[in-house]
Structure formats: structure tokens, C-alpha cells
Design a protein around this ligand. Structure first.
Ligand SMILES: Cc1cc2nc3c(=O)[nH]c(=O)nc-3n(C[C@H](O)[C@H](O)[C@H](O)COP(=O)(O)OP(=O)(O)OC[C@H]3O[C@@H](n4cnc5c(N)ncnc54)[C@H](O)[C@@H]3O)c2cc1C
Length: 335
């Protein structure tokens, strides 16, 4: 029996592991990870399907393919009876700017979503402020508080094995036929990949059930309703290695969000959270053959470096990683 190890149990690792099981039903798939569910970066993300236009894989064509595949994957779950358990819902909302017309356009979403359109004059006046430009669209939200447990259950029910352990070197995994590396920010150390850089983010999770739409505005301001809470953000600290909550960031986020939607002043804070977006200039999905001084060799398929867009893009990059894995393990299947 073919044995595959997936390193990482964030959304990228769990998506890859379950897709591997579906694509290679006779393989035994094991997940090895140091941290799970609420301890991962995936857990705190708002999970909205809205890629930044600088999001990139190896080229634009592959990037568009990933995004399209991810949207189709989530949309299929949305249409199923499991959408609530899986933490996926559709959501409409606005991106508005007082100064920057191009910031409210998104060529990826305009190609994927059926209703990406400019805001009307009335809509631009909905929020206090001098809003000049805006777009309205309906997209998806993937709430990892539900989605990660849902994927874990699916993985285990399909015979998957989970091991809690830190991997210090890929050589430790040389008994597997193939390793999928979905270690997020951990890839910086595990692969010695210094292109992986933290982009620090801080958010509030609040109870404000009256907020039904999402809002993005200038200066990294966003308000995104999920299932159990509304995420208020944010900030982007490039190469900032601070894991602690910052009271100045908190005050700025609160002020910007409440001035955009004044009813938020009555919201109850559930928690505050800091996370590091695992940024890499180009998300890495590719295979590598590693040979160690001991003479051992290992086949690795990398799938990491999703930055601020790893929740929404995980199924797309994972479908690609699984295709590479299948070509390695069953080379004649493509003939
Ligand atoms: C404030 C904020 C808001 C965000 N909002 C959004 C959003 O709205 N939409 C969106 O799509 N994305 C968003 N993101 C980005 C998203 O959270 C990440 O891109 C995504 O979670 C990355 O997933 P991952 O599985 O690669 O990493 P992680 O969730 O960090 O998982 C990595 C896994 O690898 C394991 N691991 C690492 N190294 C090792 C090792 N050596 N040995 C064993 N295990 C190891 C870890 O323990 C963990 O299980 C946001 C991020 C932040 C910080």
C-alpha cells in the first residue's frame, strides 16, 4: 500500500489530505502536525473569498486556475446539505474607497463572481465618510472554526491517521512513499525557505448579529460576518514577528470600524487575535526530490506560502498538489 504523509493540519494540510484520499483511494494518508484547529493560523482568519490582486502562484494562468477550482469546490459544499456544518455561506457586501478607484476593482473576482458591479450613488452614502468609489459583490465565507473540524472528521472517517508531532527534518519521514508539505509559516524553518515572511494581522471577533453584509474600506479596514462572530480588522505588518496583541492596533481597528458602521459601538467583544499570514511572493506548489547525507531519498510535494489568502485558495492549490502527487505515484495513469 502506498503511504503518504501530509505535514500540517491547517486548512491547506486538511484540504490536501482529504483530496489525496479521494484521488488515491488505495493510499494510506497520515497527517503529522504540531498544532491543530484553534492553534493554527487558519483558525483566526475571517475566511472571505476575496484574493488580493497581487496573489500569485508560478504564473497568472495557474493562479486563475487555483482560484476557479477553489470557488467551484466551496460552492459545491455550499449547495450541499453540509454547508452549515462545513462553515460555508454566501455573503454580499461592499468595498469602498475615498481616494483610490483601482482599489475597489478585482479582476480575479470580476471573472469568477456573477455579480461584481460598481456601487450606486446611494450605496456610496450608506456609511459616514466621503466615499467616492465602490463595488458590490456576493462571495463566500469559510469559517475555519467549523471547516477544520469538518475536514478532520471527513479525513478520519475515510481512514486517515493523525499524529501530533513537530517534524524537524524531512529525513524523519523517509519511510513514506511521498510527503506533502503543507506547513504554512513553518516551511520557513523546515525548508530553510527565507522567502516565507510573516505579515502580522490583528483582529477583534465580536458578537454583532445585526451585521449581515461585509465591508472593506481604506486603510485595511474590514468588517466580515462569519457564523458565530463578526471579524473586525485589520492591519498588515510586513516582516513583523510580534505575536502579542498591540493595544494601539486594537484602538485603531476599533475606531476605523466603528466610524464606518457606528452600530458596532454596541458589539460585544468575544476575543482578540493576532496571526501571521504565511506570505511568500509566489505560493509554492511543486515537487522536489530530497537526498540526505545518509543516502535516503524522499519525494516531497510542497503546498505553502498562501499569505493572506490561504483559506479561500486552499482547495485550488491542493487540487494542483494532489495532481502532482498522483503523477509521481502512478506515472502510467496519465498515459
Ligand atoms: C488576520 C488574518 C486574517 C486573515 N483573513 C483571511 C481571509 O479572510 N481569507 C483567507 O483566505 N485567508 C485569510 N488569512 C490567511 C490565512 O489564515 C492563511 O493563509 C492560512 O491559514 C494558511 O493556512 P496553512 O494551512 O498554510 O497554515 P496554518 O493554518 O498555519 O497551518 C500550518 C500547519 O503546519 C503545521 N506545522 C508547521 N511546521 C511544522 C513542523 N515543522 N512540524 C509539524 N507541523 C508543522 C502547524 O502546526 C499547522 O498545523 C488571514 C490571516 C490573518 C493572520
Amino acid at each position: 500500500m502506498v503511504e503518504i504523509c501530509v505535514v500540517g493540519a491547517g486548512i491547506v494540510g486538511l484540504s490536501t489530505a482529504t483530496l489525496l484520499q479521494e484521488s488515491l483511494p488505495h493510499a494510506k494518508v497520515t497527517i503529522i502536525a504540531e498544532k491543530f484547529t484553534t492553534e493554527t493560523t487558519s483558525d483566526g482568519a475571517a475566511g472571505i473569498f476575496r484574493p488580493g490582486i497581487a496573489f500569485r502562484g508560478p504564473n497568472l494562468e495557474i493562479t486563475k486556475q487555483w482560484l476557479n477550482d477553489a470557488y467551484v469546490y466551496f460552492n459545491d459544499i455550499l449547495k450541499s446539505t453540509e454547508s452549515d456544518q462545513a462553515g460555508i455561506k454566501d455573503i454580499s457586501g461592499y468595498i469602498i474607497s475615498s481616494k483610490y478607484p483601482t482599489s475597489v476593482r478585482n479582476e480575479f473576482l470580476e471573472a469568477i463572481l456573477p455579480d461584481y458591479r460598481p456601487c450606486t450613488e446611494e450605496e456610496l452614502q450608506m456609511c459616514p465618510g466621503n466615499w467616492q468609489y465602490g463595488s458590490h459583490f456576493t462571495t463566500l465565507v469559510v469559517d475555519c472554526r467549523r471547516h477544520l473540524p469538518w475536514l478532520t472528521k471527513k479525513f478520519e472517517s475515510q481512514g486517515g491517521v493523525i499524529i501530533e508531532q513537530k517534524v524537524n527534518s524531512f529525513e524523519e519521514l523517509s519511510n513514506y512513499d511521498l510527503v506533502c508539505n503543507c506547513s504554512g509559516f513553518g516551511a520557513r524553518e523546515l525548508c530553510g525557505d527565507t522567502l516565507v515572511t510573516p505579515i502580522r494581522g490583528q483582529v477583534f471577533k465580536v458578537s454583532a448579529p445585526w451585521i449581515k453584509e461585509f465591508f472593506y474600506a481604506d486603510y485595511d479596514t474590514y468588517i466580515i460576518p462569519g457564523f458565530e462572530s463578526v471579524t473586525l480588522g485589520g492591519c498588515r505588518g510586513f516582516d513583523s514577528w510580534n505575536e502579542e496583541l498591540c493595544k494601539h492596533d486594537a484602538a485603531a481597528i476599533w475606531e476605523r470600524c466603528v466610524s464606518l458602521l457606528p452600530s458596532l459601538k454596541d458589539a460585544k467583544v468575544i476575543r482578540e487575535w493576532v496571526g501571521w499570514r504565511p506570505y511568500r511572493p509566489f505560493v509554492r506548489v511543486e515537487s522536489e526530490v530530497m537526498t540526505f547525507p545518509s543516502g535516503k531519498t524522499i519525494q516531497v510535494v510542497h503546498n505553502y506560502g498562501h499569505g493572506g489568502y490561504g483559506v479561500m485558495s486552499a482547495p485550488g492549490t491542493s487540487i494542483h498538489a494532489v495532481k502532482i502527487a498522483k503523477e509521481i505515484l502512478t506515472p502510467n495513469a496519465k498515459l
